[in-house]
Ligand binder design. Structure first.
Ligand SMILES: *[C@@H]1O[C@H](CO)[C@@H](O)[C@H](O)[C@H]1NC(C)=O
Ligand SMILES: *[C@@H]1O[C@H](CO)[C@@H](O)[C@H](O)[C@H]1NC(C)=O
Ligand SMILES: *[C@@H]1O[C@H](CO)[C@@H](O)[C@H](O)[C@H]1NC(C)=O
Ligand SMILES: *[C@@H]1O[C@H](CO)[C@@H](O)[C@H](O)[C@H]1NC(C)=O
Ligand SMILES: *[C@@H]1O[C@H](CO)[C@@H](O)[C@H](O)[C@H]1NC(C)=O
Ligand SMILES: *[C@@H]1O[C@H](CO)[C@@H](O)[C@H](O)[C@H]1NC(C)=O
Length: 457
């Protein structure tokens, strides 16, 4: 999706969250922030998290306005002293604007597009409020939201801590308004995010640590030119539904040199993604690297040119997985998994065209065509089944190739299952272990895949 992204506006939606800027080089998180709640249309100051050891400096007062409207609270970085000449360090101005914006709900920090701002790494920890009551409905989707950015980099040794444990503990409580809304959102294949980029171009996220997000940690949507490098994402394995990096409708993505451990997918590649290169990352625990689920509710999904290279996946349910719902249209083409080292992974290689996260799903004829999937040098240990490829009866998978795939049972696996190949065509080369993995049908039935691609993507 090629948006016109010339406006450089940084929109931080973090109502009711508070910023705790810890002193540089200190490991103690001392809250100097305040938490504000909206009451009868007025920003009301409430006490911070109680950890403050010294009197916090008063934050700049929010602009005065008689007609309170959370959406009109815009903080221009230049009115906080930013020079915008590309040379002067404007970090302090951004910090000041950020602090001021945190005082009111749904604030926006404006960075005028005609200037260049040099923002140095801002040390410190940004904490999302752990109080569920502090999350308003409109801010439920994400607590830091960047929109329509062009050539933007987030870097620094700071930590973004989503403090999500209150969420994980409450996922059973469907009646809690926040939780039920979140579950509702999830059912629409959306999630609650710690950090989200929307409609952005050439964005880099590097060196940061993201911990304990309520659900997903880092999301890129409708963007182009994304680089994620040297980041750490970590939530306890017990946290449900926490994806590491989630990308959707986004092209030209590079994810590299990072450690990602979450309860759900390590990297989740969704509809509309192409030219994605994931390399040199460590995943686990969780559900490994996923394409999909694609094609839910008969939707169109096109995914192509995906390379996953030199990754290590440990202690996970799956290794590399492609999952599509019955009834979808579109295609998955040209996907290569190479140099994947698995360790204690239940099922390292999965293609599931019958994906269903309910008890049962209606059988449907339409299917997203899957063609050109290569597995090269997939090695390590599995604890359930080495490979599970279940393709559609009407649209078999074609050009599925295995090259040097060597998997062995992990020491503590109680029961092992043979590999499954269903309606999948392809070839194998090199050493293939265990031998039952060599179950692909030879020859290719290209017509249906090509037809599907021609008319849909
Ligand atoms: C969530 O549950 C865990 C384990 O029971 C507990 O340690 C943690 O404090 C809880 N978090 C919140 C915010 O209630
Ligand atoms: C994004 O970066 C690429 C490669 O450096 C460049 O060709 C492209 O023009 C950039 N896009 C925008 C909108 O700046
Ligand atoms: C990676 O990020 C950490 C901070 O989280 C930093 O100390 C380290 O130098 C970075 N490594 C590289 C190669 O940039
Ligand atoms: C996939 O890669 C090929 C070859 O580099 C290129 O021609 C094609 O446009 C790419 N597809 C997309 C959707 O970018
Ligand atoms: C497949 O995708 C890769 C990038 O992931 C690209 O370099 C290559 O040219 C593509 N091949 C085809 C046939 O599109
Ligand atoms: C879908 O088809 C499979 C295989 O033919 C069958 O076992 C299953 O019961 C069907 N499911 C439904 C919901 O009709």
């Amino acid at each position: 999706m090629k948006h016109l992204l010339t406006v450089l506006v940084l929109a931080l939606v973090m109502a009711n969250a508070f910023v705790a800027a810890s002193p540089r080089h200190s490991h103690d998180v001392k809250s100097r922030g305040y938490k504000y709640q909206r009451q009868k249309g007025v920003g009301r100051k409430v006490k911070g998290n109680g950890h403050s050891t010294s009197a916090p400096p008063p934050p700049p007062p929010p602009p005065q306005s008689d007609d309170y409207d959370p959406h009109s609270r815009t903080f221009d970085i230049t009115s906080f002293g930013a020079k915008g000449d590309g040379v002067t360090d404007d970090s302090k101005a951004l910090q000041a604007a950020w602090r001021a914006a945190c005082v009111v709900p749904s604030a926006t920090i404006k960075i005028p597009s005609e200037s260049k701002f040099l923002i140095r790494p801002i040390d410190g920890t940004i904490l999302a409020s752990s109080q569920l009551g502090d999350w308003s409905k409109s801010t439920l989707l994400q607590w830091v939201n960047f929109k329509w950015l062009n050539e933007f980099t987030i870097t620094g040794s700071g930590t973004v801590d989503g403090q999500g444990s209150a969420w994980w503990n409450m996922t059973q409580d469907h009646h809690h308004p926040k939780v039920s809304n979140c579950i509702h959102i999830k059912m629409h294949e959306d999630r609650c995010y710690a950090l989200r980029f929307y409609g952005s171009c050439n964005v880099t996220v590097r060196d940061i640590r993201i911990l304990n997000s309520p659900q997903c940690h880092l999301k890129f949507d409708s963007s182009e030119g994304v680089k994620v490098t040297n980041i750490t994402i970590s939530s306890p394995g017990s946290s449900p539904n926490t994806d590491g990096i989630h990308i959707q409708q986004t092209q030209d993505v590079q994810i590299e040199h990072s450690d990602i451990g979450c309860g759900d997918d390590c990297v989740s590649i969704q509809a509309g993604c192409s030219n994605v290169h994931v390399h040199n990352i460590n995943c686990g625990p969780g559900h490994g690297i996923s394409l999909g689920g694609l094609g839910k509710d008969n939707s169109l999904a096109c995914v192509s040119n995906i390379t996953v290279e030199d990754v290590s996946i440990r202690n996970a349910l799956y290794g590399v997985r492609i999952k599509t719902w019955q009834g979808g249209i579109g295609s998955v083409r040209n996907v290569t998994f190479t140099g994947v080292q698995v360790s204690e992974v239940e099922t390292p290689i999965v293609i599931d065209q019958y994906y269903c996260n309910k008890k049962s799903c209606k059988n449907q004829t339409d299917a997203i065509a899957i063609t050109g999937v290569k597995y090269k040098q997939i090695t390590g240990t599995y604890s359930w089944q080495p490979m599970h490829i279940a393709c559609s009866d009407s649209t078999p998978c074609t050009n599925v190739d295995l090259v040097d795939v060597q998997l062995s049972p992990s020491s503590d696996s109680a029961s092992l299952h043979d590999a499954l190949c269903w309606k999948s065509y392809g070839d194998s080369k090199g050493l293939i272990l265990p031998f039952n993995i060599d179950c692909l049908q030879r020859g290719n039935k290209l017509f249906r895949a090509l037809e599907s691609h021609k008319y849909s993507c």
